[in-house]
Design a protein. Sequence first.
Length: 303
Amino acid sequence: MVVLRTNMTLPGTIFCATAFPLIGIFGTICNYLLCAAIHNTKHLRTFANNLIFSLSISNMLACSVTISVATVSIFDINIFGLSVVISETTIFCVMSALLHLAVISIENYSHIFQPQKRSSHRYITYIIPWLWITAFSYTLLVAILRQFVTIWFAACHFIWYLITTTIIIVCYVRVLRKLNQHRRHFSIFQNYSQNRRRLDTKTTHMILVLAAMLTINWLPAISVYIAFIITYSNTKLSDTFREPFNILSILGYIGHAFMPLVYAHYNSKFRLGMKRELYKIRHCRFRKSKKQVVPLRLSTRNP
């Protein structure tokens, strides 16, 4: 979502001008640590983690662009086309993150209901670029229609949010139902071990927390944005929704910023990998180097 340009009150301006950069910097660092951990840790470079890596990139872009959005929009800096480009870039990152979560939910659903059919490297390699292309094409189309036709096309963002959220809810309702059924009737599922059920339950809870964090956090801001579009013809009434939207959109960016902490909480491999990357940053060592011990040469010259 974009931050709507408006003359905000002084407390609202101070709050947004403080919160947006802090969340942007924190989220950029956390998502960078997660991406670096997946890239530099051998046992984390799996097919499933490639989707998490791509999701973290979209979150990192959303958090980093947030700082520019706050500067341009809140302080009403009139630079031709800059605010529009930054706002549409933010929408592109948010829509891409929602689409990634929907695909990850479908992958988790397929893994539990069809364990013999696993995603191949070729499938993951092909689907990730298409996720970015789909989000970019959708954002560009809606931006053109909103600018040159009518602002009502901006309501398509709510439709996108509704579709992705529905996919996530349907997948996890069925997954949790099967996991509970397996726990009650363990003897029926001979090919589904108890250890695998614990692992699938932990993974399901992790992705469910991620999806709930992003979808629930964006729900208040999207609701206010829809109210703004509906009352757009009445300028005096629609302007009352601008400042609440600016403040509520902070909750949405918090979801993008805190996602890596959820991975670190549920998975010790991600936690150790992120700690290792943080240690490298703190000690300014981005590559491991072996220190060679050079023996001292004894002088043969007499004093």
